[in-house]
Design a protein around this ligand. Structure first.
Ligand code: ACM
Ligand code: ZN
Length: 670
């Protein structure tokens, strides 16, 4: 290992690794560069057992990370993780040459950092009298006291441990929302005075910090202790999901709005963040916050963490603010990574390894100059549904490997298969290290396409030749039909498939029932396009013969954010019909609402439409989203369905003030 002059390298994280004969040399201008060289070397050492000699191929490589913020986040509020596991987590980051650990230390469900000046934050705020069990939509709870926190001594130990591994720990103290645990400890800093209980439910709470002088003193004292513990350039101040209901009816808040000549409560949030920013800046640090800090005006030096898509990041970069990309679509490791029914319960969404690998932190909307404001990207691990270290590992591995390549600039989405082959070699290492990882990449995945009188069902896996399937409802085994080409489906039937290697099943089984009706595989046009995160099969998703699984909405559904579904199906010829059905979803925790109403129309010429029925939101609720209308036989060539989006989410719900999602699937015409 050789330290060289800085001028020899593009930056302080770069290194060169040379292997020639019996000589291995790592060159860099810093210990950090050398450290990365060693991590790469460790990955090159083959995993042979009982070897007395290890052979490495000759190699000369120059490596430099593409992005300077290579982050992984962990939420320790919803569930608490021991100091020992946090160190392990830091080791995992180091293994993949990440350099930033975003530690989400405070939230509604628990305050996890000792603050000497305010002991009740951990005496009261670190403990809750129960937790949600099952999914948010189930609304069921246990009554087990749950909690924990890190002492300042433990935090110093962790920060030092991370530093040895060239990882900066960025603490997050949530302001002004997600503050219930703090307010349960010190209700005087709320608008109403409380009392409050540390959150037992997931989601978003209306009681938030009240922007009065005493609150700022409280927060500044907390931040002073935080800055003394964490030497990071950035302090994360949250800023996301702050309902404005309390502020609207609080005399203190309204006085502040008047006095500071603010337009509304959004500008009050911006005022709040700017005041905190000034304090942090005066202490020689910078703030970073979730993209809601753009609303009502961005604080002058703030960096933005873009999570609700990449739009916030794009807006911030255009305003010459630094950005860390962390969009739900590619970077939320609390989403499903495999077929939901084979996976432990997860937040929702579907973000598999391939999706992570395909991520480009620099959006095409940015010019070269603006792109310089993209510091990098990070994956977020929210732990509502993750309560053991093994489960954290499962959500992180192997997706972290894909993110690492994105951030070091070696990913190439067109060569995903090459990456996958390399990735499988990592699995053996995970097993040696005792890391619990997801094997979802072995899963059989599918695509459907329109075909003559039905659909074609295409199957994929690590190696498609290993797929076996049945069409008669029986379980696939090593002697079932070998998959060769897309399976033509023209009648109601269920296809079951699994991936086999050496006659042994390697993947969970997939099972796909098909419902072929007069609309299946027919031409369908949409007036508004679905959101980019939920458009996997495009409009065809609605007539692909597959009904979306109502409890798992990551796939097989089209998602519209704030927009209506307006679909027109061309049946190809005039057909006699008497029944139409369509499904929609409700999951308030994920901001998904049933449509306000659904209108069904028919036409024979595609110009003049006749409305045959309108179904109200009430009726949709009663039918739990499964709407079927039956009517006297009629002839029609075109079917139009308009499902109106629920609109802005009402106060008191997760996502208050944001657009609702509308999730719809399978339109059947009989
Ligand atoms: C977030 O996921 N609420 C930042
Ligand atoms: Zn107030």
């Amino acid at each position: 290992m050789i330290l060289e002059p800085e001028s020899q390298f593009p930056n302080k994280e770069a290194y060169q690794l040379n292997i020639l004969g019996d000589r291995i040399a790592i060159y860099a201008s810093t210990n950090q560069g050398l450290f990365y060289g060693i991590q790469t070397l460790l990955q090159l050492i083959p995993l042979t057992t009982n070897a007395t000699e290890i052979k490495l191929d000759n190699l000369m490589m120059d490596d430099v990370p593409k992005f300077q913020w290579r982050g992984m986040h962990l939420d320790v509020s919803r569930h608490f993780f021991s100091k020992e596991f946090i160190k392990k987590y830091i080791d995992y980051l180091a293994m993949y040459k990440m350099n930033t650990f975003h530690w989400h230390l405070t939230d509604d469900q628990g305050w996890r950092i000792e603050i000497k000046k305010y002991p009740k934050l951990t005496e009261v705020g670190a403990w809750r009298n129960g937790s949600m069990i099952g999914h948010y939509t189930d609304q069921t709870f246990d009554d087990i006291r749950y909690g924990g926190f890190y002492s300042q001594e433990e935090i110093k130990e962790i920060v030092a441990y991370a530093k040895e591994r060239h990882i900066t720990v960025v603490p997050e103290i949530e302001i002004p929302g997600h503050a219930l645990a703090a307010l349960a400890s010190y209700p005087e800093f709320s608008c109403t005075g409380g009392p409050f209980e540390v959150g037992k439910s997931w989601g978003v709470f209306d009681d938030v910090f009240c922007p009065k002088d005493e609150t700022f003193t409280f927060l500044e004292n907390i931040l002073s202790e935080v800055m003394a513990l964490f030497p990071s350039e950035y302090i994360h101040i949250g800023g996301d999901e702050c309902p404005k209901v309390r502020w609207k009816s609080c005399p203190n808040c309204q006085k502040r709005i008047k006095h500071e000549k603010l337009k509304d409560e959004h500008e009050l949030q911006s005022y709040f963040i700017q005041k905190i920013e000034k304090f942090v800046n005066n202490n020689g640090r910078k703030i970073i916050g979730w993209d809601e800090i753009l609303e009502g005006g961005l604080a002058p030096n703030a960096a933005v963490m873009s999570w609700r898509g990449t739009e916030g990041g794009i807006a911030a970069a255009k305003q010459k603010h630094f950005v860390v990309m962390s969009p739900g679509s590619h970077c939320y490791f609390d989403h499903y990574q495999g077929e939901p029914k084979n996976e432990p319960i997860a937040f929702g969404g579907y973000t598999n390894v391939e999706k992570v690998y395909s991520f480009n932190p620099i959006p095409k909307e940015l010019s070269e100059e603006e792109s310089k404001y993209i510091l990098g990207a990070q994956a977020n691990v929210w732990t509502e549904y993750i309560n053991t270290p093994e489960h954290v590992e499962y959500m992180v591995f192997p997706r972290i490997a894909a993110l690492s390549e994105v951030l070091w600039g070696t990913s190439n989405p067109n060569e995903y298969k090459v990456f996958e082959t390399r990735l499988i070699q990592h699995f053996e290492r995970y097993e040696k290290k005792g890391i619990n990882y997801s094997k979802a990449i072995f899963e059989v995945t599918s695509k459907v396409r329109p075909a003559e009188n039905g659909v074609a069902f295409e199957l994929k896996s690590v190696n498609p030749n290993g797929i076996k399937y049945t069409t008669d409802g029986s379980e696939p085994n090593a002697n079932s039909i070998s998959y060769e080409k897309p399976i033509l489906v023209t009648k109601n039937q269920t296809i079951k498939a699994a991936y086999f290697e050496n006659n042994k099943v390697k993947s969970a089984k997939i099972e796909q029932p098909f419902f072929i009706t007069k609309s299946t595989g027919k031409n369908i046009e949409l007036e508004h396009q679905p959101h980019e995160n939920y458009e996997i099969g495009g409009s065809f998703t609605l007539v692909d013969g597959m009904k979306g699984n109502p409890s798992k909405f990551g796939r097989d559904w089209l998602g519209f954010w704030g927009k209506d579904l307006n679909a027109t199906i061309d049946l190809g010829k005039s057909e006699t019909i008497s029944k139409i059905s369509i499904n929609s979803l409700l999951s308030k925790g994920s901001w998904i609402y049933y449509p306000k109403e659904i209108q069904f129309l028919v036409s024979n010429d595609g110009i003049n439409y006749q409305s045959i029925q309108i179904i109200s939101q009430k009726e949709i609720e009663i039918k739990k989203g499964k709407v079927v209308i039956e009517f006297p036989k009629l002839k029609a060539k075109f079917i139009q369905i308009v499902a109106k989006n629920n609109g802005i989410i009402a106060d008191g719900n997760p996502g208050t003030g944001s657009n609702s999602w509308l999730f719809v699937d399978e339109i059947s015409v009989e």
